[in-house]
Ligand binder design. Structure first.
Ligand code: PEP
Ligand code: MG
Length: 568
């Protein structure tokens, strides 16, 4: 049994699918027959072409024309004589292997295009890079996994699943996944929960212990992975899987009920989503709103920025599906572990402390304004609220809000309808903002506490690094005190406070947060019904009476022990 971190509830049993990119290295050798090398190159190009045609067709069917476009661009590169002829000339003139000719030619074009001012050409550089890797793999006879082509039930095994890998997975066949790295709040874990598939992350080496086609059990409840189980084990886990399904049926009874405590206080249970497709899961799980729409997924899994109309369509779909329920959309939060390759942002030593989110948007105001306009246009289709991520200073908020108001005026001047009731808030995920929440509360309409980041910045413990995960303590008194001061600051100005970090759906944290007076809890859709079940048995008044005691405690352990004792 391999132990990891339980990242998404449930039990999955299926064959393993290794999503690991093989090393594309080779030894340079002298050649004696250039024609043979040219033949090898032609054959690798032809195989890559067939493969891309297949992926393109599959993607078009599963995800639509727009997602398939990226592969058309790759096919164009393969067919371009200006790309292929120099490779062949290199083989003949310089007597080099097909691999070397391919790599050197591709690198030359990549370098040339990458430094051009023209965005279209920069995108071509990324295409050439991708395609040449594919052809090189064929020359070397190694298999590059094609997740888009998965057509049977599998458990994906990977070192990590980046958001863009996840965007390419075929959702119908991926039953679960297990990764080497990551924690409960890494984006692979968050995606697993929104796809409602069991996942275990941070196993520190599952990729080394599992081969393609091994039978794998992913136990997302306990955080274990079992490889090639015995008959007895398999039976035990099938029973566990059935018990989990029965438990889900119990929870489902509260689907259409409001979230009311034992002493008749109401709170809102909302969901976090990444794409418009996730909304069905939110409604099926009894979500009362969307507390966080992570719009960065609109920018991923493609090779160019989404247009204003594409974004408008996505926002409109979410707002309409949610009818008049609140939908909090977060503006682009690129950076950290959320990489968008075509933006070509330079690598940074500390990406989580770097040029990301609102910092990027304020400097790239063309990108930002396109998103704001799409949001404003969509605002007439439902109950839209907008929030800015990673705000560290009041100036950033004022500048971002200023741009929003500018675009609103521009749209009105153009005769486009825009709602006049859009609340504008911020995420509180940086300690400076939590500490000065009183000042912010005078200017924002609401706060949403992003504990995934707030905890990592407060404890100085990278949320992706399992070696310091012991310091990543949601229930630490430092975190509870910060959360409390944000709630007090907001309530003093009659503003509401939500929490959209993973802590909001955590069964130990929920009683404490209720006592601190949190208004909205936003979590993975699958956590909503268990949370509602739990809250109905809790008294808000009683939890509030423990507030001073909790806030003055010294350690996480004391907090956990106290909450367990008081909620038993
Ligand atoms: C957070 O930081 O708590 C949050 C919700 O944002 P993300 O997980 O996308 O960084
Ligand atoms: Mg965050």
């Amino acid at each position: 049994m391999i132990q990891g971190i339980a990242a998404s509830n449930g039990i999955a049993i299926a064959k393993a699918y290794q999503l690991v990119t093989p090393a594309l290295t080779y030894e340079k050798k002298a050649i004696d027959n250039p024609n043979k090398e040219i033949e090898r190159l032609d054959s690798a190009l032809a195989t890559a072409k067939q493969e891309l045609e297949k992926i393109k067709e599959h993607t078009r069917k599963e995800m639509g024309d727009e997602h398939a476009e990226i592969f058309s661009a790759h096919l164009l590169v393969l067919d371009d004589p200006e790309m292929v002829n120099p490779m062949k000339d290199k083989i003949t003139n310089e007597n080099v292997m097909a691999e070397t000719a391919l790599e050197e030619t591709a690198n030359m074009f990549v370098d040339m295009f990458k430094n051009m001012d023209n965005e279209y050409m920069r995108e071509r550089a990324a295409d050439i890079q991708d395609v040449s890797k594919r052809v090189l793999a064929h020359l070397l006879g190694v298999t590059v996994p094609n997740p888009a082509l998965i057509d049977e039930e599998v458990i994906v095994i990977a070192n990590d699943l980046t958001p863009s890998d996840t965007a390419q997975l075929n959702r119908d066949f991926v039953r679960g996944f297990a990764t080497d790295i990551g924690g409960r709040t890494s984006h692979s874990a968050i995606m697993a929960r929104s796809l409602e598939i069991p996942a275990v992350v941070g196993t520190r080496g599952v990729t080394k212990s599992v081969k393609n086609d091994d039978v794998v059990i992913v136990d997302g409840i306990e955080g274990n992975v079992i490889v090639n189980p015995s008959e007895d084990k398999l039976a035990e886990y099938k029973e566990k899987q059935a018990a989990f399904e029965r438990q889900k049926e119990e929870w489902a009874k509260l689907k259409n009920e409001p979230t009311i405590t034992a002493d008749k206080e109401q709170v809102e249970l909302a969901a976090n989503i990444g794409t418009p497709d996730d909304v069905d899961g939110v409604l099926a799980n009894g979500g009362e709103g969307i507390g966080l729409y992570r719009t960065e997924f609109l920018y991923m899994g493609k090779n160019q920025l989404p247009t204003e109309d594409e974004q408008y369509d996505a926002y409109k779909t979410v707002l309409e599906k949610m009818e008049d329920k609140p939908v909090v959309v977060r503006t682009l939060d690129v950076g950290g572990d959320k990489e968008i390759s075509y933006l070509d942002l330079p690598e940074e030593l500390n990406p989580f402390l770097g040029f990301r989110a609102i910092r990027f948007c304020l400097e790239n105001d063309d990108v930002f304004r396109t998103q704001l306009r799409a949001l404003l246009r969509a605002s007439v289709h439902g109950n839209l609220k907008i929030m800015f991520p990673m705000v560290a200073t009041l100036e950033e908020f004022r500048q971002a809000k200023g741009m929003l108001l500018d675009e609103k005026q521009n749209l009105k001047d153009e005769g486009t309808a825009v709602s006049d009731d859009i609340e504008v808030g911020i995420m509180v995920e940086i300690p400076s903002t939590a500490v000065t929440a009183r000042q912010f509360a005078k200017e924002v309409d609401f706060f949403s506490i992003g504990t995934n980041d707030l905890i990592q910045y407060t404890m100085a413990a990278d949320r992706m690094n399992e070696r310091v995960s012991y310091l990543y303590q949601p229930y630490h008194p430092a975190i509870l005190n910060l959360v409390n001061s944000v709630i007090e600051a907001a309530h003093a100005e009659d503003k509401w406070v939500g929490m959209c970090g993973e802590m909001a759906g955590d069964s130990i944290a929920i009683p404490a947060l209720l006592g601190l007076g949190l208004d909205e809890f936003s979590m993975s859709a699958t956590s909503i019904l268990p949370a509602r079940t739990q809250i109905r048995d809790l008294s808000k008044e009683k939890m509030a009476s423990y507030k001073d005691k909790l806030l003055s405690m010294g350690t996480t352990e004391e907090v956990v022990e106290f909450i367990r004792e008081k909620t038993e």
